[in-house]
Structure formats: structure tokens, C-alpha cells
Design a protein around this ligand. Sequence first.
Ligand SMILES: Nc1nc2c(c(=O)[nH]1)N[C@H]1C(S)=C(S)[C@@H](COP(=O)(O)O)O[C@H]1N2
Ligand SMILES: [Mo]
Length: 550
Amino acid sequence: MVHARGVADDLPERRGPASPPPAGPGADRGRRAADPSRAERWRGALAGVLAAALTLGVAQLLAGLTDASSAPLSAVGDAFIDLTPAWLKDVAIAVFGVHDKTALLVGAVLVLAVLAALVGVVAVRRPRLGTLAVVALGAVGAVAAATRADAGPLAPLPALLGAAAGVVALGRLAPRAAAPAGTTGRTSAGRPGAGGVDRRSFLGGALVVGGLAAITALGGVGAGAARGGAAAARALVRLPAPAQAAVALPPEAAAPVDGVVPVVTPNETFYRIDTAFVVPDVDPAGWELRVHGLVEQEVRLTWDELLASELVEAWVTLTCVSNTVGGDLAGNARWLGLPVREVLARARPLPGADMVLSTSSDGFTASTPLEALTDDRDALLAVGMNGEPLPPAHGFPVRMVVPGLYGYVSATKWVVDLEVTRFAERSAYWTQRGWSERGPVKTASRIEVPRQGATLPAGTVAVGGTAWAQHRGITGVEVQVDDGPWQPATLAGEISVDTWRQWSFAWHAAPGDHLLRVRASDPDGPQTGDRVGAVPDGATGWHEVAVRVA
Ligand SMILES: Nc1nc2c(c(=O)[nH]1)N[C@H]1C(S)=C(S)[C@@H](COP(=O)(O)O)O[C@H]1N2
Ligand SMILES: [Mo]
């Protein structure tokens, strides 16, 4: 506030109280509506922001007691993500990467604060307009919450009751934000006491509303945590031993170069991409997978049935179609799960079916070729990631993992539904937003050491990185220095064709500026050097790193 006041005081004097009062009936009211004092505007803005904070606080408390995803900010955030044009989403992922949700949250809070401040300023003179604006904002939150894929019957309540609290708070604060009659203009000098009393009553009210906002918000967060939900259930999960273990990690899978990305990605640093503003809270006790559509027999699978099945464990490298050349939207983990083909075999797909549309609890969908889910690859309904239950952000309790396909067409997190269908009949979330209906992973490679722009001593330099061509396998990696000949790099040990593979290259570096380039080969030959962006089915091109040798 101190800072804000300072800024306001720097504004050039525009509409001073010295301007002559217009004459005529109602003129005074008209002048005041058009020209509230600066202090009054700031108090109005504060009243608006505090009323909005109380709205969110009360809503958060109710959401915490019932269903966290119905909190208006979360619900509006989710709706915003679904309604955002694809190009803007691509920009957000490109600019903010895996922090795109944090950026959205900060943006949403700032936009809301500005809106609330404006509403507050208006409400000082036009209380009914202020009430209407708060109700309208509450309605937006309620509609967003009620239209979520996993919305319960109580979903709109937090936003509506929050807005009711906001209306009351604004109704109390806004009138007190108004400068008392007779204190505007020079005449206020004659009644020194009035402005002081009024300011104190405004400040008192503001403190009460601000305090209530903080208490309800904290209470809501606490209630949500106490209810525990999926996080508490996850802590109790004991994963069964696999009926079929993953291959042992060969020690030579790690290239002997300091600073390359680890071969196994820890769950904590595994990249995260999804459309969920708030991580869906799915209780395994109530989880059920429905398999239906073009099948002879509809199948339902509960969590207990899933855990009692013969689970297999497999190393699979997951990659995102939005990954740019040299990018880091890729991770490698040991997954534990039931092969999807086992469940499909029970359902018996009908002739003519060529796709499985998987749906998550929050409404995301992916279209996976039926063949990739029925052939012998390790396409899993995964429950475990690197020896732990899936982290909530990575799909707890159950997600899909399909070797060889980008995540957007295969790796549905919080999966609850498999519909056997045809590409000609159904399309998935990202396909409806301009991405390809099929997304086989493109062969890719990157240089991780040395880094772009590094300065290195002359002599032998250890160059290293990672390459992937899931389900086809990496057969070679080559390095090119300054447009010279392609030279073979040394491949580290292969875990399986479904995982990435590290490589290293001993470079005899002479002083000067140099450009290093990498390309990988799969059984079909070397990856293409054509530079293509991620839309609609994945980027291509050779990764380059410019370095200086001193
Ligand atoms: N429910 C759900 N599942 C999803 C997504 C999503 O937005 N919602 N995104 C997909 C995409 S685009 C990718 S690349 C992978 C990423 O999985 P991760 O976040 O575990 O790395 O999840 C896939 N599964
Ligand atoms: Mo993705």
C-alpha cells in the first residue's frame, strides 16, 4: 500500500478538488461519481481486493472440506487451460516449460486482483454494480467448477457461497471507503474529525475482512490436507512384486562422461506435462477402469483386482511431442503394471476396431492405435514408477505407458476409461487442437556435455548425451565437428529398445570456436536433419552446440 500510494502521488494533478463545483440539482452527486478523491479510490480498490480475497478464502474452505478441485481458482484455471487455443498453449509450454501452471496461477491471481480493485472502486459510488460484478465472478467460478469432467453435485457451491461472503464484505467496506460528505474539497478543513473517524471505521472493517480471508484460506488448505485424499491413500499402498521383473540395469548403460543426464530419471525430477491445473485427486478405493465400445464383453477392473493381477515391470522412456530439438521433455523410468493387452483380451475387441480412446478422471483423452496395445510390447496400465506407487502428478493411482508413442497419444494419467473404437469415429484432446491423431516417437539425439556456450581447454574433450528411438532402438550415434565428416560415437549399453541410450565421443579439440552436431540412427537409418517444429507430430533436426576452445 505504501508503495501504491507513492505511485499515485506521482501522478500528474488531473482532477483536483479545486475545480469549481457545477451547479444544479443532482450536480453534486454527478460530480462525485465522476470524480472520487484519490484516497477514496485507493480505499475502494482495497475493499475490492479484500472482498475478492474473502470470496476465495471461503470458497477454499468449502472446497477443502468437500473437493479441492472445485475451488474457483483451480476450476477457472482448468477451464482456461481447456479453452485456450492450441497455439497459446504451445507458447506457454515453450516459454514456461514444466512451470506453465505456476505461471498461469500467478497470472490468474494478478488479473483477479486488478479486476477486484476496479470493482471496489466502482462499488464505492455504485454499490449495486459492485454486487453484480462479484456475483458475476462467482458465477464464472461456479460454472467452471460444475463443468469439470469429475465435478460432483456440490461443485458449484464453494464459488457461490464464497461470492455471497464477498458481496457482504464489499457491501460493508465500500460505503466506508467513500469520503464522508463535506470532507471532499477544501471545505473538509472545517471538519477535521469526520475524515479520521471514517478512515478508522474503514480500516477496522478492512482488517476484519482481511483476517477472515486469511483464516478461511488457511483453514481450507488445512482441511484439504487433513482429508488426505489420494495422498493419504498413496502412503498406504503396498505394491506387489512383479510376476515378471524388468531387465537388470546394465552398469555400462551410463556413458562415462561427467554431467550427462542420469539414465534413470528420479520421480522427483521426471518432467510433467498435463492439462490439469490442480493434480486430480483419485482415491484408489473408488477407482475403476471401464473397458467398452467395440468389444464383445464390457470389462470393469477395480484397484484390488488390478493389484492382484500378474504385473510386469519394464523400463520405458517417455517423451513429449512438444519436446524441441535438444530439449528435456523426456524421462526414463521402471514402470510396474498390467499389460493393457490382458485387459483388452478379456473384452475381446470386435473386427474393424483400430483405436483405443483412453480417458482420465479429469477428461483428458488420448487416441492409441489398437495394435500398439495388443502386440507384444510393454504397453502398461501402470501403478508403479521406479519402485513407488505413481506420484500423484504422474497419474496416481493408474496411468498408461506405451513404448514408442508420444505421451499425448498414449500415456493417459489418472486413467479411468478405455473405449475401443475407430480413428474414423473418435478423436482425442490434442487432435481436436491441431495435433496429429497418431504420434509415433521420432528418433532423436542430444548433446548434454559440453553445454552450449561452454569454454573448454584444448585437448581431449569428453562429449556425451542421450539418443532415443523407442521400440525401434538406437543402432548408432555420430558426431560432426564444424561441418566435417560424421564420426561414430561410442554407444553405452542398451537397456532395451524401449529406452533411451547414452553415447560418448572423445573429441580432440583445437583452439577456436567450434560447432558440435549429433545424429542418431535407428534400424531405418540416420535421423533426418530437416528442421521441423513440434506441431503437429514432433520436431526433427540435428542438435547443435557451439563451444569455444581456449
Ligand atoms: N490425464 C492426462 N494424462 C496425460 C496428459 C494430460 O494432459 N492429462 N498429458 C500427456 C502428455 S502430453 C505427456 S507428454 C505425458 C507426460 O507424462 P508425465 O507428466 O508423467 O511426464 O502424459 C500424458 N498423459
Ligand atoms: Mo506431451
